[in-house]
Ligand binder design. Structure first.
Ligand code: ADP
Ligand code: MG
Length: 260
């Protein structure tokens, strides 16, 4: 299970950060006093209410909190799908508030990997074509695109299923295709929103183990939202939201150190 990814894949970050200490590199995403206020039936809903947060390269973090606490909104503003009402966000060191709409969509295309709860695969495309799709938009040449997509599908245990359409795959397999699509495009950060919500517990655990391996072996940065205790248990950093605020933010000791 250790077939190499494409040679262009970002190298793993050094395993410098030990224990509870935060990695020292520049954050992949940084939020400063971010609010997001929605108008709903003439009422202002503060979905995010003064969030300060820095996601470090190599983080494997989970956002938890009750329904309506702002998890999806936070993932959307972190990935530039939505803009904050006030406050500032930097993605890979660039402030998003200074970008035009076109620049924002280019930034999303090249820097962010979204994985949606409902998978959002394109039904008329095969697994392979779905994984190639983001790279196609990025302008990656066909041969390289195909090779990277095949590598990713194999890496995620989907070899032999490349030519199936989403409807011919199980929920767990579809979600793995969605992860492959996000990762093959080599984003700086992957943002799965409740990735295990539509999976049975076995498929959910397998998906988490796989993402954890991509994090540990390839240095891919992940921030998930979830309600699922199994996902929280596997995270290395737990960010709790309540009413649009960060209630707590804790790093766990590294896996190698073990937990009691
Ligand atoms: P979570 O993902 O934790 O369940 P959300 O980020 O979806 O929370 O929602 C946070 C709050 O913002 C909720 O009160 C929700 O009703 C509100 N909200 C989210 N999206 C919208 C929207 N597009 N329009 C109006 N209100 C919204
Ligand atoms: Mg949500």
């Amino acid at each position: 299970m250790s077939a190499p990814l494409s040679p262009t894949f970002p190298p793993p970050r050094s395993a410098a950060a030990d224990g509870a200490g935060a990695p020292s590199a520049e954050p992949v995403v940084r939020l400063e006093q971010v609010t997001r206020v929605y108008q709903q039936d003439g009422m202002a809903v503060r979905a995010l209410d003064g969030v300060d947060l820095a996601i470090a390269r190599g983080d494997f973090a989970v956002l938890v909190g009750p329904s309506g606490s702002g998890k999806t909104t936070l993932l959307n503003v972190m990935g530039g799908l939505d803009s904050p009402t006030t406050g500032r966000i930097w993605i890979a060191g660039v402030e998003t508030g200074s970008m035009s709409k076109a620049e924002l969509s280019q930034m999303r295309l090249h820097q962010i990997g979204f994985v949606f709860q409902e998978f959002n695969l394109i039904p008329v495309l095969s697994a392979l074509e779905n994984v190639e799709f983001v790279m196609l938009l990025q302008g990656v040449p066909e041969a390289q695109r195909r090779a990277r997509a095949m590598d990713m599908l194999q890496e995620l245990g989907l070899q032999g299923l490349e030519h199936r359409r989403p409807a011919e795959l199980s929920g767990g397999q579809q979600q793995r295709v969605a992860v492959a699509r996000a990762i093959a495009a080599e984003p700086v950060i992957v943002l799965p929103d409740e990735p295990t919500a539509n999976l049975d517990s076995k498929a959910g655990a397998a998906l988490m183990d796989l993402m954890r391996r991509l994090n540990e072996e390839k240095g891919v940065t992940f921030v998930f939202s979830t309600h699922d205790p199994m996902v929280v248990e596997r995270a290395r950093r737990v960010i709790r939201l309540r009413d649009g605020r960060v209630e707590s933010d804790e790093r766990k000791p590294t896996a190698q150190a073990g937990r009691p």
